[in-house]
Design a protein around this ligand. Structure first.
Ligand code: LLP
Length: 433
């Protein structure tokens, strides 16, 4: 039903998430509201861990990409599930630290970490810095020297494999703000610099080839290119690095058009490619790291709105206005992202109405979906956007001084508030009159 196993329809014909009645939660917490099925998130974590162990063995480290959904409660779940986490800013790092997350399981990303952020990472004792460029490496080395500590690093490499949903290209694409390209010699310069920094331990390489990737081949291709590079570094510098992080990007089903691979299928292909490539180059198997974000949370989140006006412009279209929009889900205005929509009180009825879902913000492009099928709605009805667990709360804003919604976690049918709704007072907290 509706694409994700977290959703069902109960005897009243109401949509449920993780066994909880969505209209009941909407009246308890108000709208707009983010709901997350904790059971689904935990299952997704376990699916990656099991697939990694099955196809690759114990030398496997999955880290959740915090940027997809970065809140304190999420780090508690990850810790219990034996997951690591990647952070990309001092803010994400602080969130994880405050939640009591084991800092040794943190991978610290970012293409322009400030000196203050690097220093925080050292003081917290993060497991790995994913170093983007030589300037960052020098800054990290000098901070380590001042403190007389060492830092474990991975170098972010641009492998020249770029994936777009189904297709991927092996162009040797080098024009990216992230990382050091193999083609240009920048990666080699990075390795040379890392090996000459007395306080940095070069553990390996990182790459990230794209997002919402629905096939296994791009990951296999990235594993091959990166293994070739590990062999090149061995032959050139006499160092065999023990770790390879192939990033995230595993796709999910937003609509019926999307047919994603399972963690088992992705890890099977990735492990097979990596094993074959290492055997071919006579390399020991590296510790394999992955960084799934979207696929851990997106399918298990729903946004609940209340419908305001319903406006039909004859000969054009029907706008259904909701009490949220680009402020809680900027993905349509940014990327034209597609979603499914359901009226949760009449979830089993056919979706016979074609509507454009308009947000409440002062911007014409503030839509959540265009020409989507929904159950016929009236003002005052609830309307859900499905699969909003990733990059929605994380990318929400206060544009138009709209308070950000609450987040409620559901586990085995019971609900708990994990982020409270912002108040008007929150909105003016930093204003100085
Ligand atoms: N690792 C690195 C280095 C990344 O840059 C990303 C995503 C991930 C892991 C996680 O990728 P995932 O498994 O979530 O696809 N705001 C966009 C997505 C931007 C993703 C950027 N990097 C969206 O809403 O679709």
């Amino acid at each position: 039903m509706y694409g994700t196993e977290s959703l069902a329809i109960n005897e009243q014909g109401h949509l449920t998430l993780g066994g909880a009645d969505i209209p009941a939660l909407a009246s308890k917490y108000g709208t707009p509201l983010y709901l997350m099925d904790e059971g689904g998130i935990r299952k997704a974590c376990r699916a990656y861990l099991e697939a990694g162990r099955k196809h690759y063995g114990e030398n496997f480290f999955p880290a959740f990409a915090g940027k997809a959904f970065c809140i304190g409660a999420m780090y508690r779940i990850l810790a219990e599930e034996g997951f690591g986490a990647d952070v990309v800013s001092g803010g994400e790092l602080y969130t994880a630290h405050r939640a009591g997350f084991d800092m040794r399981k943190i991978l610290y990303h970012g293409n322009n970490k400030t000196r203050a952020e690097l220093a925080e990472g050292l003081d917290y004792g993060v497991g790995r810095f994913v170093v983007d460029n030589v300037d960052e490496m020098r800054a990290l080395e000098s901070l380590c020297a001042e403190r007389n500590v060492r830092a474990g690093i991975l170098l972010r490499i641009t492998p020249g494999v770029e994936a777009h949903t189904h297709a991927y290209i092996r162009t040797g694409q080098i024009d990216s703000k992230f990382g050091m390209a193999i083609e240009t010699g920048a990666a080699d310069e990075g390795v040379r610099t890392a090996l000459s920094c007395p306080h940095l331990d070069l553990h390996g390489f990182h790459c990230h080839i794209g997002s919402q990737i629905l096939e296994t081949e791009p990951f296999a291709a990235a594993a091959e290119v990166m293994t070739d590079y590990i062999a090149h570094v061995r032959d050139t510098f006499g160092t065999v690095v023990p770790e390879l992080n192939v990033g995230g990007g595993f796709g999910i089903r937003y609509t019926e058009e999307d047919t994603p691979k399972t963690p088992d299928e992705n890890l099977a292909a990735l492990a097979a490619a990596l094993k074959a490539a290492c055997a071919g180059k006579n390399l020991p198997l590296p510790r394999l790291m992955i960084e799934p974000g979207r696929s851990i949370v997106a399918p298990y989140g729903v946004t609940v709105y209340t419908v305001g006006g319903v406006k039909t412009i004859p000969g054009y279209r029907t706008y259904v206005a909701v009490d949220g929009g680009m402020t809680d889900n900027p993905r349509y205005i940014l990327y034209g992202s597609k979603y499914e929509f359901v009226v949760p009180e009449r979830a089993s009825e056919p979706r016979t109405m074609t509507a454009t879902i308009a947000g409440r913000n002062c911007e014409s492009g503030d839509l959540v979906g265009e020409n989507v099928s929904i159950q016929p709605v009236r003002p005052g009805d609830l309307l859900c956007t499905l699969t909003t667990g990733a990059y929605c709360y994380a990318m929400a804003s206060n544009y138009n001084r709209v308070p950000r919604p609450a987040v409620v976690m559901i586990r085995d049918g019971s609900d708990r508030l994990v982020v409270r709704r912002e108040t008007l007072e929150d909105l003016v907290r930093c204003d100085i009159l």
